[in-house]
Ligand binder design. Structure first.
Ligand code: BT5
Length: 237
């Protein structure tokens, strides 16, 4: 693992993507104390002040483009496991890319891939976790480890724990059944009524699981789940 530390950067994902294009090795990690243009999905912004953990990992997995959704599952499972080990708090996941503590958004994952001839050439796994920020400085609906537990956690320790967990689990991408079942066991919307706002339409149904590519299985009519690859999910009721 090669760690590149910054005090301030626009976005660790943008930096890692550039480095990967220039040939940087797998497991190069870019971490910054502050991001001035932290990014979420679809051009949304990600608030990244001091006190949080904002980093991106370069991976070069040998997987087809159709399996790229699994990287998000790997990142979510590895990160929740590491945070749980470090803090003893129950960390859950929400499709497609949220880390949840109590009922708030503790963190998010942004995976960006370069696809060449139908295969992943490299992937940037960007992970943001609200760690030591005070409650008043968090966005609506967000929590930090500190805002829930009143205990400060070493950001560096947490980073090391998450990287170790990702390293030890990345071979599971080949046969992801354990990653998928662990994700589902820790999911906030197991068998719950949810609404998913996709790029084209809004669907309502019961969340039934995720498939072997990380797509959400949503039962819109009994017995016939549809597969959804993108969207924003809200738990109903
Ligand atoms: C995400 O997007 O949840 C992915 C966030 C990934 C951030 C990491 S930090 C390191 C790396 N470098 C980057 O530039 N990004 C990655 P999405 O599901 O689209 O959620 C975005 C929404 O979350 C925003 O529209 C806000 O509503 C909310 N939000 C913004 N900042 C937040 C924060 N610090 N904590 C919780 N929610 C936040």
């Amino acid at each position: 693992m090669k760690l590149l530390r910054f005090k301030r950067i626009a976005s660790t994902n943008t930096k890692a993507y550039l480095l990967a294009q220039q040939g940087a090795a797998e497991w190069t990690v870019v971490v910054s104390e502050v991001q001035t243009k932290g990014r979420g999905r679809g051009g949304k912004s990600w608030e990244s002040p001091r006190g949080g953990l904002w980093f991106s990992v370069i991976l070069r997995p040998v997987i087809k483009a159709s399996k790229a959704g699994l990287l998000q599952i790997l990142a979510a499972v590895g990160t929740r496991e590491a945070i749980e080990k470090e803090t003893g708090e129950k960390i859950r996941v929400k499709w497609p890319n949220d880390l949840v503590l109590d009922d708030g958004k503790l963190g998010g994952i942004l995976v960006e891939t370069k696809i060449v001839k139908g295969a992943v050439s490299f992937a940037i796994v960007g992970i943001g976790v609200n760690v030591n920020q005070a409650e008043r400085s968090l966005p609506q609906g967000a929590v930090s480890l500190y805002s829930i537990t009143s205990r400060k956690v070493g950001v560096g320790r947490l980073l090391t724990g998450i990287i170790e967990s990702l390293e030890s689990r990345c071979l599971e991408l080949e046969n992801p059944s354990r990653l998928l079942s662990e994700w589902w066991e820790n999911c906030v919307h197991r068998e719950k009524r949810v609404q998913v706002e996709g790029p084209k339409d809004v669907l309502n149904g019961i969340s039934k699981g995720i498939d072997e590519n990380g797509q959400l299985l949503l039962e819109t009519t009994p017995g016939a789940p549809v597969k959804i690859s993108q969207g924003t999910l809200t738990v109903q009721g």
